[in-house]
Design a protein around this ligand. Structure first.
Ligand SMILES: [Zn+2]
Length: 448
């Protein structure tokens, strides 16, 4: 069912006095989005049931949890009459055809996987928002000029394969070499095998043409819950993204010292655990230094432990294991941090007679938000009467993979209490509908 273009109404609005026209249009957009309230609530409930894994949800990357979420969203989109496609990485594309299908398309998307025992809205909110926005466009009688595709992206949560943006980078042809042979940390099976399990064609990811050609994309927009409490603190339902941090990561780093007797004097020790502790405190001091200068960055040691096979009350630890994620919003800052981490390591190695083995280094580029999209989203939110703040993303998002390919990118954050990557993560449906309204308003402006 193709609704008629809304050209006549839009023209009529243009002839009105601007403020009244904008206000009237905003009210219509808001009403059109709010009419999808039950649809959104129902889809979120279904996704929660599909991923249920007490506590919270587990939509495991390229596993049954993620697969069910893809099937649920595809079924909802099919019921809406959207065109359904999947690429060799098993990403899901749900498209509302535009008036000119040869125009560069708009992609709205986010991921449908989650961390183990995560919350229901991390990722999924962006996909549901895309479907809500398309329903709203139809209610407004607005057929977009160009195709609007809602993308259910695979494998964003790098906890499973320890590789960033697997789904989006596969679609864009930028998945790093060797990624398909990486093993999932719990199953021990390769990414290649997992993709095939989910109906994908891993061989074609590397050898076939890329499914999404960046030069054929008008823009990529992602709505995502905020994963820090800034919007809660500011009392705003929606944040307009200013950028996504880049990072460098060491998923499997270790420190080699010497296992020794508990009575060994300090001067003879090569204590890997104390070296790890010194490293952690030095990183925290480095972060405090950047904080004091107002430079946004973060470093996280997600894993930090002695060797369980050998550690014990009476043994000086000879091995220590950790992971490290360092992120910043500026490539220059990131490069500087890289050097400072290396310098800290060199100092500790010399002082304590230990060796750091950093293992494989993973990198993700900084994801800059397009200035025009950001300004348009801010204007749109103001017209809708929705309070916003500008917000640097604390987390990594697929939108960064699109930005890295030169695709214009925009981000909308929705207030979320109780933090993220946990079962207590919470987003009010009203706040979600506010975010979806900002998204819809932007789509309407692109269609005029
Ligand atoms: Zn996410």
């Amino acid at each position: 069912m193709q609704p008629a273009p809304q050209t006549a109404n839009v023209k009529a609005m243009d002839e009105m006095e601007p403020t009244r026209a904008v206000v009237a249009q905003a009210a219509r957009i808001r009403a059109a989005v709010i009419a999808s309230r039950e649809f959104a609530a129902g889809l979120f409930d279904q996704l929660r049931r599909d991923g249920h894994d007490d506590p919270g949800v587990s939509r495991d990357t390229y596993g049954p949890g993620e697969q069910r979420a893809h099937e649920t969203c595809a079924a909802a989109a099919a019921a809406m009459g959207l065109t359904i496609e999947r690429d060799p990485a098993a990403n899901l594309y749900m498209t509302l055809p535009g008036l000119d299908t040869k125009e560069k398309r708009i992609v709205i998307g986010s991921h449908l996987d989650s961390v183990p025992h995560g919350g229901n809205f991390d990722g999924a909110a962006g996909v549901v928002a895309g479907l809500v926005a398309i329903q709203a466009l139809r209610r407004l009688g607005c057929t977009p000029r160009r195709d609007v595709t809602v993308m259910g992206i695979r494998a964003e949560e790098s906890i499973w394969f320890q590789v960033s943006y697997i789904g989006s980078r596969s679609a864009l042809g930028t998945l790093p070499d060797g990624s398909l042979d990486v093993r999932r940390i719990d199953t021990g099976r390769t990414l290649r095998e997992h993709i095939a399990d989910c109906g994908g064609d891993p061989a074609r990811i590397r050898t076939g043409p890329r499914y999404l050609d960046p030069s054929h994309l008008h823009a990529f927009l992602e709505l995502h819950i905020e994963q820090a409490p800034s919007l809660v603190e500011a009392g705003c339902p929606v944040g307009i993204g200013t950028g996504i941090p880049g990072n460098f990561r060491y998923p499997e780093a270790s420190i080699e010292g010497s296992n020794d007797h508990v009575g060994l004097p300090r001067r003879f020790r090569r204590d890997a655990a104390l070296a790890g502790a010194e490293f952690a405190m030095a990183l925290d001091a480095m972060w405090a230094d950047y904080d004091a200068r107002g430079v946004a960055m973060a470093c996280t040691i997600g894993r930090f432990h002695t060797d369980a096979k050998q550690h014990g009350l009476t043994i000086v630890p000879g091995a220590f294991h950790f992971s490290l994620d360092v992120r910043a919003y500026d490539e220059t800052v990131l490069a500087e941090l890289d050097q400072r981490v290396d310098a800290i390591i060199a100092t500790i190695e010399q002082r304590r007679g230990v060796r750091f083995h950093l293992g494989t280094k993973a990198r993700a580029a900084v994801g800059p938000v397009d200035a025009d999209i950001r300004a348009a989203l801010t204007r749109g939110a103001a017209a809708l009467g929705i309070n916003t703040i500008d917000l640097g993303s604390p987390a990594s998002h697929d939108a960064a993979a699109f930005a890295a390919c030169g695709v214009k990118m925009g981000l909308i954050f929705v207030r979320n209490t109780n933090g993220s990557h946990n079962a207590a993560e919470a987003m009010a449906l009203e706040d979600f509908l506010d975010g979806a309204s900002v998204l819809t308003e932007w789509l309407v402006t692109q269609s005029i």
